[in-house]
Design a protein around this ligand. Structure first.
Ligand SMILES: C[S@@+](CC[C@H](N)C(=O)[O-])C[C@H]1O[C@@H](n2cnc3c(N)ncnc32)[C@H](O)[C@@H]1O
Length: 274
């Protein structure tokens, strides 16, 4: 593999483009990261310079190369029942949500859902805590910028070690064990998978097309890469799709510095729409 140099002006091109397209602001130090992580990709594509790769990236109308780039500089790390204290909080909040419902209908958005553990956790949580779960019309909108990670999420297939945080009862209730040539894996049962609508969606540049409001929004460990104006704008838009009283879940290292008139901190990076 040829070691390709990333010139300062080339880095500037990436920096501007990535900021415009995904709201990620690359600091000067990220130059080494881009060079290290994308050198292989540039070689794979048979290109001889980062300038050539930049041209390739901006011409790709499918958005797949952009998603590849974002994956290379960020992370898709996720897990079932991540941020455990938020699920404890939700268990206490659930009766209030249920009592407020005239129709047995729940709508939740998992924004930046990665490989699906978050939306499937929401379903497993509801299945565990609602004795009449099957009578509810539950839909989870699960969106991500990466087509590759979404195609993994849609299959709902996981290795046994990824299910370690789940109780045996949950695994039996929500997954089927599949024996394949490549080994054993666990797949979320079809009737649960059907409740999740996976969609390709860029939180920074795609229009907010939602007709209805959500009972809650999860946007955890996604905004860490965004700069303050981008975060501010996105939180404002979350405010428009949440009714009063509804919770917004962020990652444990994320907090809201503005929007005090729209959101109140309830604890564990959980905010309530005022
Ligand atoms: C670290 S994962 C978080 C997954 C999950 N929310 C959790 O907390 O476990 C961050 C996800 O955000 C997605 N992402 C990053 N920038 C995005 C953007 N502008 N629009 C939509 N998704 C984005 C990434 O592709 C990645 O899958």
């Amino acid at each position: 593999m040829v070691e390709i140099e990333l010139k300062t002006d080339e880095f500037e091109l990436f920096r501007r483009y990535i900021y415009e397209k995904v709201g990620i602001s690359l600091s000067d130090q990220k130059s080494t990261l881009i060079k290290g992580r994308l050198n292989k990709r540039v070689n794979q594509l048979g290109l001889s310079s980062f300038r050539g790769y930049y041209e390739y990236l901006i011409r790709d109308a499918s958005g797949e190369e952009l998603a590849f780039f974002v994956s290379a500089i960020s992370t898709n790390v996720t897990s079932f029942f991540r941020e455990s204290s938020q699920w404890v909080w939700l268990e206490k909040y659930l009766p209030q949500l249920i009592a407020s419902k005239r129709e047995k209908k729940i709508r939740i958005w998992s924004a930046g859902c990665s490989s699906g553990e978050e939306p499937y956790t929401i379903l497993m949580f509801l299945q565990h805590h609602l004795s009449d779960f099957d009578q509810w019309d539950i839909k989870i909108l699960a969106t991500d910028i990466s087509p590759k990670i979404l195609s993994k999420a849609i299959t709902g297939s996981y290795e046994s070690k990824q299910l370690e945080s789940l109780s045996k009862e949950m695994v039996i209730r929500s997954f089927e064990k599949v024996h394949s040539k490549s080994g054993i894996y666990y797949q979320v049962l079809p009737y649960l998978r059907e409740k999740v609508m996976f969609r390709l969606y860029n939180l920074v540049t795609d229009p907010f097309f939602f007709k209805n409001r959500f009972d809650m929004v999860f946007c955890r460990n996604v905004m860490i890469y965004f700069d303050e104006p981008t975060r501010h704008d996105l939180i404002g838009r979350f405010g428009r799709v949440l009714p009063r009283g509804a919770p917004l879940f962020l990652g444990s290292s994320e907090s809201l510095t503005a929007h005090r008139e729209t959101f109140k901190l309830l604890g564990s990076s959980i905010y309530q729409r005022l």
